[in-house]
Design a protein around this ligand. Structure first.
Ligand code: SF4
Ligand code: SF4
Length: 348
């Protein structure tokens, strides 16, 4: 079978371009410099990964995000980079031919394929709300789990139930991990997740043949280990107690912190503030909109997109978070007050 390096050569890319792909991916994965050589060597030798991508109750936004991943590699190579044996949105065959192709791939690549699942399961009324080829979604997932080498849940719907699970959840939507036993599910939440996060996670699985380091919720720590707030470029305004009070007021125009207009960055774990979107161009906060926490469980039902965390009635996030945030805001305001006093003193 074709290796990753063979693929680059076949597509007319030079050795230099392959090495640039290796180093960009290694930096996304925050690999230490001493692993760079072995990482590149592994990618040179490893076979292209076989991927079976199932879609359940979703909007296909995660697939869109994946094929628009631009900072890791050109999108034409991206779709060649994996042997995508089944993806109902992207594959050419349809109907019984598509389903047959999937069943063949599950048999042929047993124990070797990466199973990517997008969308929530809908087990209510025996899965009648989401069927493909006459089979309910949870039966389809069960058929694919056993032979999978790795399982990746892509997007907040597959990871947590997402928007389909929002109140009153008429289809009984649940995360895919509800059906997986004895295997780890890698969670890449986001609505949608950043495409480069999925590509880099796949590259990690291929190169090292092991899972990346995960947190207690199954998310790769390298992408979800910190909150948006931890890495936000507006953080100095937060610490200085300078906040926008509306989306178009003077504070917003000056680029102040968006906490008071509902930013959920302090309790949202994602890589938007570092990897950013659209080839690293920008991310919502940089475009003037508060983060609404799309990668966190139940983000939709928590509502209050434009209300600050301190106004959430049931506490947003882990217990004690609001208290900690209130203290954080007070500290920020306190620091600002002290700074002003110092500045006045200095001016005297
Ligand atoms: S509250 Fe939001 S805008 Fe303000 S510093 Fe934190 S992440 Fe950035
Ligand atoms: S900034 Fe927040 S709401 Fe926007 S994409 Fe990132 S995690 Fe989701």
């Amino acid at each position: 079978m074709e290796t990753v390096w063979d693929l680059f050569r076949r597509r007319g890319y030079s050795r230099r371009e392959f090495l640039s792909f290796v180093s960009v991916t290694a930096s996304l994965l925050a690999l230490p410099a001493n692993l760079l050589m072995s990482f590149g060597r592994a990618l040179e030798l490893r076979e292209k990964p076989v991927v079976i991508w199932l879609e359940f109750q979703d909007c296909a936004g995660c697939s869109e995000s994946f094929i628009r991943s631009t900072s890791v590699m050109p999108s034409d190579v991206l779709l060649d980079f994996i042997s995508l044996e089944y993806h109902e949105t992207l594959m050419v065959p349809s109907g019984i031919y598509a389903e047959q192709a999937k069943e063949d791939a599950i048999k042929k690549y047993r124990g070797r394929y990466i199973l990517i699942v997008e969308g929530a399961l809908t087990p209510a009324e025996d899965g009648v709300y989401c069927t493909v080829g006459g089979k309910a979604n949870h039966h389809l997932l069960r058929e694919a789990i056993d032979g999978a080498k790795w399982i990746v849940a892509v997007g907040s719907c597959a990871c947590w139930g997402g928007i389909p699970a929002a109140y009153p959840n008429p289809t009984g939507a649940v995360p895919i991990s509800d059906l997986v036993e004895g295997k780890t599910v890698v969670h890449l939440p986001g609505c949608p997740p950043i495409g480069d996060v999925l590509v880099a996670t796949l590259v990690h699985l291929i190169a090292f043949e092991r899972l990346p380091e995960l947190d207690s919720m199954g998310r790769p720590k390298v992408f979800y280990g910190q909150t948006i707030h931890d890495r936000c470029y507006r953080r100095s305004f937060y610490s200085a107690g300078k906040f926008a009070s509306g989306l178009d007021d003077d504070g917003a125009r000056k680029g102040y912190c968006l906490y008071k207009v509902g930013c959920k960055g302090p309790i949202t774990r994602n890589a938007c503030a570092t990897i950013r979107w659209n080839g690293g161009l920008s991310f919502p906060i940089q475009s003037g909109h508060p983060c609404f926490g799309c990668s966190e469980p139940n983000f939709w039902d928590r509502g209050f997109i434009y209300k600050p965390l301190s106004a959430m009635p049931d506490g947003f996030g882990p217990k004690g978070m609001l208290g900690a945030l209130a203290v954080g805001t007070l500290v920020g305001a306190g620091v600002a007050y002290m700074n002003k006093k110092q500045a006045k003193k200095g001016g005297k």
